[in-house]
Design a protein around this ligand. Structure first.
Ligand code: AMP
Length: 184
């Protein structure tokens, strides 16, 4: 199995939890674009200032900012053994960019894990999380944005190594399902 993994799925699907666990056990970096952007906002960097209003309102940060961010991060020295992307790509344009970048860097093949969870469960989970952008209005916006702009990315990856994982289970059960898929 390649140790280049994309955790895909709606907000609240458990991508962060599962990606972090796997990154620790496989000793590869967990690259969460949401975490990187929140850190940029906290530091008040130019990227943070450009991203903040989009994040606060539950919209996607513009593709060009994410593309620059990922191009730089994925070429850091800690990525040679592999990486886990969490929260990227979120648009078809981001997926097309990543495809081209990884081909250029000869970082193929990749494995995509699609965590599937029904919307009603996601809303409940996100309301419990109490992050700044986890108010009910913003949650509903983020889910709508997911269905409109992010879900079509699945079609883009249909010909790749795409695995659907039922994410509507306990974190332990989801972890087992993921391990079963990636150890084949
Ligand atoms: P997350 O932590 O993955 O839920 O991301 C939090 C917020 O960061 C999202 O609601 C977006 O505003 C922004 N964000 C994170 N990743 C991306 C991405 N790949 N494309 C656009 N916006 C993103």
């Amino acid at each position: 199995m390649s140790k280049r993994l994309i955790f895909f799925g709606p907000p609240g699907a458990g991508k962060g939890t599962q990606a972090q666990r796997l990154a620790e056990s496989a000793q590869i970096p967990h690259i969460s674009t949401g975490d990187i952007l929140r850190e940029a906002v906290a530091q008040g960097t130019e990227l943070g200032q450009q991203a903040q209003s989009f994040m606060d309102s539950g919209q996607l940060v513009p593709d060009n900012l994410l593309i620059d961010l990922v191009r730089e991060r994925i070429q850091q020295p800690d990525t040679t053994e592999g990486w886990i992307l969490d929260g990227f790509p979120r648009t078809v344009a981001q997926a097309a960019f990543l495809d081209q970048l990884l081909a250029e860097l000869q970082q193929t093949p990749i494995t995509i894990l699609n965590l599937e969870v029904p919307d009603v469960v996601l809303v409940e989970r996100l309301l419990q999380r109490k992050r700044k952008d986890d108010t009910e209005k913003t949650i509903r916006r983020r889910l709508a944005v997911y269905h409109e702009q992010t879900a079509p990315v699945v079609d883009f990856y249909q010909e790749h190594n795409l695995h659907a994982i039922d994410g509507d289970r306990s974190p332990e059960e989801v972890a087992q399902a993921i391990d079963a898929v990636i150890s084949v």
